[in-house]
Structures are given as C-alpha cells and as structure tokens.
Design a protein around this ligand. Structure first.
Ligand code: GDP
Ligand code: MG
Length: 193
C-alpha cells in the first residue's frame, strides 16, 4: 500500500547550452553520490533501486527521457521522468507537446552566451502562459566553470529569477557543481502529499 509520485521534468533552453550534459551528470551523480542528500528535507531516501532504472528511450517526436525511480523508507516511490530534446528545441511548434503535463522544468542558459539568457526568458514566459499553472521552474546558468568567459552577471540572473518566482543556480555539467543541488531543490518544492 505504498504511494507513488510521478513527476515529469522537462529541460528547455537554446541549443548547446548543456542540457543533455547537465542531466547526464545528474543521473551519474545519483548513482555514485550520496543519495541521502536527495529529498532530505521531506523524506529520507533509504536506497536507490538500480533495477528500476529504465533504458534511454527515443520517442516518436525525437525527445528522449530517462525514468528515475527512487524508493523511500515509508513505502513511498518517487518517479522522475526527465525529458531531453534531441535538438527539437529548434522547432518551436513541437514545444507544447514536449512540456504538456510537465510538473517541473529546468530552463538552461550558458553564462558565456548572452543570447541564451534571452532565449531562456522567452521559454519561462511561454511556460508561465501555457504550461500547468503549478509547474515548478528552475533557471540554470550553466558552464559556470568558464568564468573567464562569463558574459552574464550572477546578480542580474538571480534578480530576474527572484522577480519571476524561479529557483536559480549557476551550474557546471563539466565539474558537476550545483547540479545535484538544483534537482534537490526542485524535489523539495514538489507537492508530496
Ligand atoms: P544541449 O544542446 O543544450 O543539449 O547541449 P550539450 O549538452 O549537447 O552541450 C553542448 C556543448 O557544451 C558540449 O560540447 C558540452 O561538452 C559542452 N558543455 C555542456 N555543459 C558544459 C559545462 O558545464 N561546462 C563546459 N565547459 N562545457 C559544457
Ligand atoms: Mg541536447
């Protein structure tokens, strides 16, 4: 008589900002990292069941998703469907199919590419207009390891995120900085009751 919570998480952002790298690092970190840190605020994760890890899939629209199932100590199972595009971010008309029924979204930009923040802002607007009104949105300023080439101030992006009601982290898929933290903070914001 356990409970199952299922959440669909979509990754959005300009091409080459690091969306695919970013979630691959997250999945890998879940396997080798400290799983007790995940969901720590709401519930204790006792173990991560590797058997329930599904294969990487390609759907008919070319988006791919990984299902990440986490078993909790109180007979609760949380399942994340993490959707990544296979370059479809270029085809704007496919987007609504992609974020339909999404419970959470990570909108990624590249801190070295000012145009990518503009693109991220337009995704946020679209999500806030068209997606589920309860969607949890996180903004990720990726490639924070490339600080010498930084073109977007942290403070500016942080202020925008605060004004817009988004979670915000600067991340690096290369060094894994803040990748887990971002997903953990999304998990903490999801309704588990
Ligand atoms: P996507 O098109 O948004 O899915 O971007 P990809 O994940 O394919 O990444 C695009 C390029 O950026 C690849 O060459 C990655 O190796 C590189 N990349 C992704 N994340 C980072 C990061 O955090 N730091 C650095 N230095 N490079 C990154
Ligand atoms: Mg990609």
């Amino acid at each position: 008589s356990g409970k199952l919570y299922q959440f669909k998480l979509v990754l959005l952002g300009e091409s080459a900002v690091g969306k695919s790298s970013f979630y691959t690092v997250y999945i890998q970190t879940l396997y080798i990292g400290d799983l007790d840190d995940v969901f720590q605020a709401k519930i204790l994760v006792l173990r991560f069941v590797k058997d329930q890890f599904d294969d990487y899939r390609e759907s008919t629209i070319g988006a791919a998703f990984l299902t990440q199932t986490i078993s909790l100590d109180d007979n609760t199972t949380v399942k994340f469907e993490i959707w990544d595009t296979a370059g479809q971010e270029r085809y704007k008309s496919l987007a609504p199919m992609y974020y339909r029924n999404a419970n959470c979204a990570v909108v990624v930009y590249d801190i070295t590419q000012p145009s990518s923040l503009d693109k991220a802002k337009s995704w946020v607007k679209e999500l806030q207009r068209q997606a589920d009104p309860n969607i949890v949105i996180a903004l990720a300023g990726n490639k924070s390891d490339l600080s010498a080439r930084r073109a977007i101030d942290s403070e500016e992006a942080q202020a925008y995120a605060a004004d817009t009601g988004l979670l915000f982290f600067e991340t690096s898929a290369k060094t894994a900085v803040n990748v887990n933290e971002l997903f953990i903070s999304i998990a903490k914001k999801m309704p588990l009751e």
